[in-house]
Write a new protein. Structure first.
Length: 379
């Protein structure tokens, strides 16, 4: 899922977003690599020095689903032009500053962030500049191959990757001097309300047979969310916020987690959240991969579901071991995992209804597999 619902503050800038082939992105990268200011006059925050790139360097786009407009320059640098530029503050520049200070490297090396102003005068995030990862495929490609082949060893790598990210997010830096907070009673009440709203909205927006199935299972789904009201004392960190397999790249040198834009389907959420929220999303994305393998690749449904269950178990074990190896086992509040998984499926249904109807089969397939038959005939 690669949703976007962030609206700019004020009317969109009259300037056109650069596109691959028009030379504007190479000109920007060349200027940044020389240490010059951006030719477009934007302000720049730098994280790492860029490799030398000429203004005449080759530009190309990506041939995958994406929310924003990313341009690869010289097969070495990626510029993600945010479309439209969202108002500051945005999580990505702060995340880049933090991950750079704490030395987290399992990502595309961040080079710079460009900020500008909307026509309404609000400060906006215009572009993010990072290293290009050669031979990268995202999880909607590489993980579907794993599902089709029935392999699950990769899930241990993903679990360690997520644990490493969360341990890094829990390490103090100048960007986040106090990176860990503790949930008070109000905070966890807020999660419960937010999850109940997501269920209500999913019920309201999902029509036809799927809607009828959801209505029959509404009380079971609501019961699955109840654990969210009992988690005062849970540690909170800045999470990734949109951690699914599509944000994990497998490239020439291993795995990388990218796209720190936060969750575009949840506005106004506290940036401090339980680590379990990211882990729940990553785990359910493996179940979505199984659904993709069934529908698009003709995988046998029973085998694909068994694959997803095993891959998820491997992921969770490696994640727990990873946190323990970093000395941070307390970051995972286990009781939140199940409820956040149900909430995530509701969010996928809302996203499908609003932006991508053909995605509905994936969360519905997951929910039908998790709550089989029981009330089917008695409705
Ligand atoms: P969006 O916010 O538009 O989803 P992402 O940052 O997730 O943008 O990038 C979209 C896709 O572009 C990724 O799924 C991946 O296929 C490709 N991509 C992004 N950054 C890189 C990179 N640094 N190296 C290689 N491929 C990348
Ligand atoms: Mg993305
Ligand atoms: Mg994104």
């Amino acid at each position: 899922m690669n949703p976007s619902s962030t609206e700019p503050d004020g009317p969109p800038s009259p300037e056109r977003t650069p596109t691959a082939g028009d030379g504007a992105t190479a000109a920007l990268v060349a200027a940044l690599s020389r240490g010059d200011d951006p030719p477009g006059g934007q302000a720049v925050v730098r994280f790492h020095p860029l490799p030398p790139v000429r203004a005449t360097a080759h530009e190309r786009g990506f041939d995958v689903d994406q929310t924003n407009n990313s341009v690869v320059v010289d097969e070495r640098v990626v510029v993600k032009w945010l479309t439209p530029p969202p108002p500051l503050p945005q999580p990505a520049p702060q995340m880049f500053a933090h991950l750079t200070s704490v030395g987290f490297t399992a990502t595309a090396l961040p080079y710079a962030a460009l900020t500008g102003r909307s026509a309404g005068g609000a400060e906006t995030l215009v572009a993010l500049v990072t290293a290009y990862l050669p031979e990268a495929a995202d999880g909607w490609e590489w993980c579907v191959e794993e599902a089709v082949a029935g392999r699950t060893a990769f899930a241990a790598d993903l679990g360690r990757l997520a644990a490493g990210l969360h341990a890094a997010m829990a390490t103090p830096s100048p960007a986040f001097p106090e990176p860990v907070r503790v949930a008070d009673g109000d905070a966890d009440g807020g999660w419960a309300a937010r999850a109940r709203d997501a269920l209500a909205r999913a019920l309201e927006l999902t029509c036809g047979e799927d809607g009828a199935w959801l209505a029959r299972h509404a009380s079971e789904l609501a019961a699955g969310l109840r654990g969210l009201g009992r988690a005062a004392g849970t540690p909170l960190i800045r999470i990734h916020g949109d951690l699914h397999v599509g944000q994990t790249l497998r490239w020439r040198e291993g795995y990388a987690v990218i796209d720190f834009d936060g969750n575009p389907t949840v506005t106004g959420a506290d940036p401090f959240q339980p680590a379990a929220r990211d882990l729940a999303q990553l785990g359910t994305s493996l179940e979505h991969v199984a659904q993709v393998a069934i529908l698009r690749r003709g995988a046998d449904p029973a085998r694909a579901l068994a694959w997803a269950a095993e891959a998820r178990a491997v992921l969770l074990t490696a994640y727990r071991e990873g946190l323990a190896a970093h000395g941070r086992p307390e970051l995972l509040e286990e009781s939140l995992l199940g409820p956040f998984e149900i909430e995530q499926e509701c969010r996928e249904l809302i996203y499908a209804a609003l932006h991508l109807p053909r995605w509905r089969y994936a969360p519905m397939g997951v929910l039908r597999a998790r709550f089989p038959h029981r009330t089917e005939e008695t409705a």
